[in-house]
Ligand binder design. Structure first.
Ligand SMILES: C[S@@+](CC[C@H](N)C(=O)[O-])C[C@H]1O[C@@H](n2cnc3c(N)ncnc32)[C@H](O)[C@@H]1O
Length: 344
């Protein structure tokens, strides 16, 4: 089944409506030095499993449940040519298992997909390309308001950015005047792009990219013991670090990931990540943590955060909620991405 065969809203109409409702937002974003945002937010705007994002001159259409027909893609192209002229539309069909991009592009569409571009958010520049070795876009747009909040308190601060991916949070903080940023991720190719993002913004003196599993890195920074053997088996080698406390820590994990050093499971065991992260926050510092699993109830997650922090001697002084921007509407007021700023 393809999206345009689905009963209900037609994709073109949904795009026309969604772009129309964002007119006031476009002005605010432009004033803030931002040329990227979500243009259509899936089920929340009548088209389950389909998103449309703008990154500068790129419009990226993605489908996650079913393929969009070529005719429907052309229809979206026509709507954009009228409402937001000058964008190259690229369609990434990610409806196959594993959300991998599955559709072949040819000619001008292939060239548009492979083109290196730059997008801007809050005056910070980021590399962007519709098709690359990975599958996710190089900048997650629902984290924009969190990057903003971190930028607002970054001047003179140190930041530990865990699960850094392309270092969006770290580079934004460095541009906003952070004195030190440590980006940690085990994917060297993502970190390499993070270094390029830092270079694009002339902040490579501030940022350090550390290729490491997050678990041994954050345990060492927190001054906790990181064994080299687990259940009688030697663990892979890992970079050695001295204990260090940071003014700001960003903990933005994937939903589920298993490594030799630990398990990321934001549903059943957020504590496994939170506990060492707490130890890497300085007194008076703040920890930004995210949970992107839709079925996690926000109130229950907050209770887990409070309990875990109290149990480990770092009671939370204030907990502030950060919501995604207006381009991520939520009919029930419960967006999948939950972000909490914990102050100690
Ligand atoms: C959802 S992305 C994080 C997005 C990122 N925080 C941002 O601002 O765009 C998840 C990242 O976690 C990394 N990752 C997953 N498990 C890891 C682990 N155990 N140690 C280090 N990195 C890990 C992946 O390589 C990926 O880059």
């Amino acid at each position: 089944m393809t999206v345009n065969d689905t009963p209900g809203d037609d994709l073109q109409d949904a795009v026309r409506r969604a772009v129309g409702t964002r007119a006031p937002l476009f002005g605010q974003l432009a004033d803030a030095g931002t040329d990227c945002c979500r243009l259509l937010h899936g089920a929340q705007e009548g088209v389950p499993g389909v998103t449309l994002d703008r990154y500068g001159t790129l419009a990226l259409l993605q489908s996650f449940h079913a393929s969009v027909t070529e005719a429907a893609v052309d229809g979206v192209r026509g709507v954009l040519d009228t409402l937001l002229p000058g964008l190259d539309l690229v369609y990434n069909d990610r409806s196959a298992p594993g959300s991998k991009v599955g559709n072949r592009l040819v000619g001008v569409h292939r060239a548009a997909a492979k083109m290196d571009r730059i997008t801007r958010e809050h005056g910070v520049e980021f590399h962007i390309r519709a098709r690359h070795r990975g599958h996710d876009p190089w900048l997650f747009l629902d984290l924009r308001t969190t990057r903003r909040a971190i930028m607002d308190e970054a001047r003179g601060a140190s930041l530990l950015n865990l699960f850094a991916y392309t270092c969006g949070v770290g580079v934004a903080a460095a541009v906003a005047g952070a004195r030190r940023v440590l980006n940690v991720d085990f994917a060297e190719s993502s970190l390499a792009l993070g270094t390029e993002n830092a270079a694009l913004n002339h902040v490579t003196r501030i940022t350090t990219e550390l290729a490491s599993d997050v678990f041994p890195a954050v345990r060492q920074l927190a001054g906790l013991r990181q064994p080299s053997v687990h259940r009688g088996r030697r663990l892979p080698s890992f970079p050695r670090l001295q204990p260090e406390a940071f003014d700001l820590v960003c903990l933005d994990p994937p939903l589920l990931a298993r490594s030799r050093f630990g398990v990321v499971d934001v549903l059943r065991d957020y504590q496994a990540l939170l506990k060492p992260a707490l130890g890497a926050v300085s007194d008076g510092g703040a920890l930004y943590c995210t949970n992107n699993l839709a079925r996690v109830d926000e109130t229950e997650w907050h209770a887990v955060l409070r309990r875990c922090a109290a149990n480990h001697g770092r009671p939370i002084r204030t907990l502030d909620v950060i919501r995604p921007g207006a381009d991520f509407p939520s009919v029930d007021g419960r967006p999948p991405l939950k972000v909490a700023r914990l102050a100690f």
